[in-house]
Design a protein around this ligand. Structure first.
Ligand code: 13P
Ligand code: SF4
Length: 301
């Protein structure tokens, strides 16, 4: 039996389902039941009929799936797969901002630990941040942890006052402007599509800014045939699958999130066999951190 056949057999036997983010390796995306961006995966995780969720992504994603479905078993193929940005904010700063501002909403990018989510009012993803922040009744917005997504949202919501936090995604922050310019010289007809986690200089150079699924949707609907993609290189798989006739280029130093790439078929098979690496979140933490996640799902409807 091949490893893929073994995974599929065990999945049926154990009533399990595989969710994968666009940044994991192509061979993992290929066997997933659901592939998507962070928003899509958090929506899908609610209401699945299977009892066990194998989450092919980083820990905040598995945590969110567990918080929204406490009665389910969530398995992480690699327990060490983490998001550096998820830790780049703290409770003390949130408390200080709450003391300093009366009418403040603490808006938490879903790329954050469950511990941080406990102190926040509402979660957002890059796909719904604009819509949710606009809809909030509050004048002041403390946006954690990502400064780049925060500035992207602030630019589009001038009527609100933003307080920024200094977190960032090292993968998107390291995308180099000179390499995008070089790609543009080589492919003058290509449009630049970038994730809002990119730095200001990259955002300014871009023709379109959006979440991973919005980038894929934009490229798919566009009449244009060539694109320079400024986000993690895992999206290439879905871009090419949906658009075999179009060309996708990346900056020369391809953006790779090594944490996402630690998920392998072997590790998926292993957790299905052993039930190792179960995502555990305490009852108290689930109680406190589920409110901002549920509020996101409600606002984003
Ligand atoms: P989206 O999937 O929401 O576009 O986020 C990108 C990301 O960095 C996930 O870790
Ligand atoms: Fe975190 Fe960046 Fe990796 Fe996404 S790409 S998981 S934001 S480190």
């Amino acid at each position: 039996m091949s490893i893929i056949e073994e995974i599929n057999t065990l999945k049926k036997e154990k009533n399990a389902v595989i969710l994968a983010h666009y940044y994991v390796s192509p061979e993992v995306q290929e066997i997933a039941d659901y592939i998507g961006d962070s928003f899509y995966l958090s929506k899908v995780a609610v209401g699945l009929k299977e009892q066990t969720i194998v989450f092919c992504g980083v820990s905040f994603m598995g945590e969110s799936a567990k918080i929204l479905n406490p009665q389910k078993t969530v398995l992480m193929p690699d327990v060490a797969a983490d998001c550096a940005m998820a830790h780049m904010a703290d409770k003390e700063s949130i408390e200080k901002v709450r003391e300093a501002y009366d009418d403040v909403a603490v808006v938490c990018y879903i790329n954050s630990t469950a511990e941080l989510k406990e102190y926040c009012d509402v979660c957002v993803t890059s796909a719904n941040a604009l819509k949710i922040v606009k809809a909030l009744p509050n004048k002041n917005i403390y946006f954690i942890p990502d400064r780049n997504l925060a500035h992207f949202v602030a630019d589009h919501v001038p009527e609100k006052n933003f307080i920024f936090n200094e977190g960032y995604c090292p993968i998107h922050e390291n995308i180099r402007v000179d390499e995008i310019k070089e790609a543009k010289e080589m492919h003058p007809n290509a449009l630049v599509l970038a994730h809002p986690e990119c730095s200001l200089k990259v955002r300014e150079l871009s023709d379109f800014l959006g979440s991973t699924s919005q980038i894929i949707e934009y490229a798919t609907k566009s009449e244009v045939q060539e694109f320079i993609i400024c986000t993690e290189n895992g999206v290439r798989y879905e871009l090419e699958r949906q658009n075999p006739e179009k060309k996708f280029y990346f900056p020369k130093t391809e953006p790779i999130c090594h944490d996402m790439k630690t998920v392998t078929l072997e590790k998926i098979l292993n957790v299905l066999k052993t039930y190792d690496n179960e995502m555990i979140v305490t009852k108290e933490r689930i109680e406190n951190s589920k409110k901002p996640l549920e509020k996101m799902l409600e606002y984003a409807k």
